[in-house]
Ligand binder design. Sequence first.
Ligand code: 4AD
Ligand code: MG
Length: 447
Amino acid sequence: MISLQIRKRDGQLEPLHINELPKKIGKEVRLRGWVHRKRGSGSIIFVVLRDVTGTIQAAIKKDGVDEKSWKAASDTTVESSVMLSGTVKEDKRAPTGYEIEARSFENVHISEPFPITEYQSTELLLDKRHLWLRSIKMINTMKARSFVFRYAREFLDKRGFYEVTPPIITKAGGETGADMFEIDFFGQKAYLTESSQLYAEALEFALEKTYSFVPSFRAENSRTVKHLAEYWHLEPEIPYCTNEQAMKLEERLVSHIALRLAERNADILRALSVDPQSLLKVRPPFERISYEKAIGILNDKGSDLKWGDDFGVEEERMLTEDKEKPIFVHSWPREIKPFYMPINPKDERTVLSADMLAPRGHGEIIGSGVREWRLKELLERMKEVEEKRGIKFNMKNYEWWIDLRRYGSIPHAGFGMGVERVIKWMLNLDHIRDAIPFPRMSNRLEP
Ligand code: 4AD
Ligand code: MG
């Protein structure tokens, strides 16, 4: 049978990917990948080959290949990198419906005994994360992660935002400043950024609609299923934007990511036991409740939370356990929100802010709000935060940011979305560490 596949100058076939095989039934193909599983008897060896697109079983028969190929197949081990050629056969018994009848087999590299076998402890899988990334579950999760990044950028790029690149090493805290990793910067005290908001604001006054999409670092020693010490933070800034307009943009962004995943990556979702239908429900508008109303709901459910208390994991769960879409909690008390948030003129107990909470207890995925853009009010607000919370801003480190309020200031708003929190929710993961390839947590720094 004549193959339509391109042959290279040396007569070898150009390798295909496993997901291209349904179009090649009866044809000869060449594949390359890793040995996912291997079993065999005296005259036939079965190898399940894995590449980025899937797995397929190849049957290597002693009388169907030359001696060199037979030896290579006999020698191969789990996770060896291999190349093989053969004919694509339809086989109803095979898990994928297809099988390769091998014509040649070659080891690129024979793997040492693979340290991960079936039924390993969570700790071992984290210790061997660099190898566990090859598992079908992690491959699908990392593909979904890549698409979440793509769709988030796609949404903002289409709306005329510029992606900007803030520094990671900084002197000014972007949030409380209390949870920053200190580093020795040539003898000066510096920190890993906890939020790029302040720098995104400076760039906003030049480029208007901007977003930064880099890691943020939090030294909070919270051992919860939703805290990472290093996470990817998407932080848009929007000129002349109100709190309500920011919420509208946030719900559209989150909906865009959910719908795109459901529409374009249903195969990945199903492989991770996620029903694409559940993400198709994530359409605007999202419910909006005030902090005050949320306290009432929580109290009715038995919580003794009172005005001025922040929500913990349990409160977030109570508010969202029966929801199919995220909700907004807005109008937070001025005493628990950051120094850059302006007082709400309609209710001076509160600031112009909103948090987006994911459904089913997955927690806060977005923190957002208007920025205090007036110099006098900003300085007053910073003073208030200092006095009420017993902290001291090193104003020298904030002068450059305060300058923005001195030279052509404009009203503006913005938000920060924790990408791993979004992935955890959309893929219904038990723990945020599985939403990032190499998690950094208070008890995990390696690999
Ligand atoms: O609510 P946060 O602290 O807000 C800010 O940093 C603002 N400066 C953002 C802005 O307006 N530009 O963090 C924003 C989001 C949270 O809603 C959450 O999704 C995520 O960042 N986040 C974390 N994700 C994983 N691990 C942690 N330890 C996180 N802390 C915050
Ligand atoms: Mg927050």
